[in-house]
Design a protein around this ligand. Structure first.
Ligand code: PLP
Length: 400
């Protein structure tokens, strides 16, 4: 492992997490128990959603989401190409086909509502949005489009635990200007999916959560998560508690008690950790805003973000590879979110690659993610910003 002066991301793990895991080990009850139930209850309460089910990771959460909503062969599901590959893979797992939608532009890397609408046809079954960097998508318009075309909406909220969107309060009275409320990401579409992988805003090592307000979807999700078996409580209600039935082709996508214990501690820390992410983002913007040669996206979104990553956009004539090399030489780790899915070998072999995604193509070759994690100090932000500034000043003065 390279010894970075400033890594891209870091975990906030302490004695509390170690104690929580030890307590579970001493209890000798390791899976599907009270700690997982408590983690689900607390996560649902935090989001303000009726149902939350802990799962093995966000990839399987996405798989269950599309399955529960009935996607299958012959269906297409709209999703971004500028996202982690799991967003599209999960659609493929069901036999449905992803159709890539362009992003809004250089200010907002989230799905463009106009382009969503333009790509809807008779085969379209649903939309999977991804709240890039924890910055909420335009959910009001996306939900309007989905309702108009009778499409389901899955939110890939892997970056966005705690982020929230201003949404009109459903009053039932169409004509009156709706009162607006902040609604958390992952509770607006039919189903929300979260990741607790090690580099996310909160972590259980591997882990995820799937959320919904719909009781029928909740029942389907719960069954599919555990082999399609009828639940024990249901069995007891029916008076045949000694056996069970299998009512669907299910999976083992459960989370264990050790990870749930980690998740409970991390969830408790999440508001404070997000506040640090806000402060670091603002400190970066103060230092980098207005520099020639780069621009900063997501400056003007009205919603409440989760500040998962800090992407910058280099001007077209600058050499991203050289920039990342320079940062590495300073001990600063950078990354790219994301190489677009439609360009990957596997997807190209499936026939993708020829789509018109001009905004995705435009930023794909010049976006760079700078380090961002809660324990990052002011001096580290200053160090990274100074390195960026030095490289930019050197490389723009000769060009112009
Ligand atoms: C991390 C991530 C996933 C996958 O999450 P896992 O928990 O690692 O399966 C899916 N979508 C996005 C946008 C992600 O960043």
């Amino acid at each position: 492992m390279t010894n970075w002066k400033v890594p891209l991301a870091d975990i906030d793990l302490g004695e509390e997490e170690i104690q929580a895991v030890n307590t579970v080990l001493r209890s000798r009850w390791l899976s599907m128990g009270p700690v997982t139930a408590e983690f689900e209850r607390c996560f649902a309460e935090y989001l303000g959603v009726r149902y939350a089910f802990a799962v093995t990771n966000c990839t399987v959460a996405l798989h269950l989401a599309h399955l529960a909503l009935g996607a299958g062969p012959g269906d297409t599901v709209l999703c971004p190409s500028l996202t982690f590959v799991a967003t599209a893979n999960a659609i493929c797992y069901t036999g449905a086909t992803p159709v890539f939608v362009d992003i809004t532009g250089t200010e907002d890397f989230n799905l463009s509502p106009e382009d969503i609408e333009a790509r809807i046809d008779a085969s379209t079954r649903g939309i999977c949005v991804m709240h890039y960097g924890g910055y909420p998508c335009d959910m009001e318009r996306i939900m309007q489009i989905a309702r108009r075309h009778d499409l389901y909406v899955v939110e890939d909220a892997a970056h966005a635990p705690g982020a929230a969107c201003w949404m009109p309060l459903q009053s039932g009275k169409e004509k009156e200007p709706a009162e607006r409320v902040l609604q958390k990401c992952g509770t607006i579409g039919d189903i929300g999916c979260f990741s607790f992988f090690a580099n996310k805003n909160m972590t259980t090592a591997e882990g995820g959560m799937i959320t919904t307000n719909n009781p029928e979807l909740a029942e389907r999700i719960q069954r599919l998560r555990s082999h399609g078996m009828t639940s024990l409580t249901w069995d007891r209600e029916q008076g045949h508690g000694f056996s069970y039935d299998v009512v669907a082709l299910g999976y083992n996508y459960r989370l264990d008690e050790l990870r749930a214990a980690l998740g409970l501690v991390q969830l408790g820390k999440l508001p404070a950790l997000t506040q640090r992410r806000v402060e670091i983002t603002l400190a970066y913007r103060e230092k980098l805003d207005g520099l020639p040669g780069l621009s900063l996206p997501f400056r003007h979104l009205p919603h409440l973000a989760a500040y998962h990553i800090f992407p910058i956009l280099l001007d077209r004539d600058l050499d991203r590879h050289a920039f990342m090399q320079f940062m590495k030489a300073q001990g600063i780790q950078t990354s790219i979110h994301y190489p677009p899915i439609h360009r990957f070998t596997h997807y190209a072999a499936m026939g993708y690659g020829g789509e018109r995604l001009p905004h995705t193509e435009d930023i794909a070759d010049r976006v760079v993610t700078l380090p961002l994690y809660p324990q990052m100090g002011r001096s580290q932000v200053d160090y990274v910003a100074a390195a960026v500034t030095e490289w930019i000043v050197t490389n723009t003065s000769s060009a112009s």
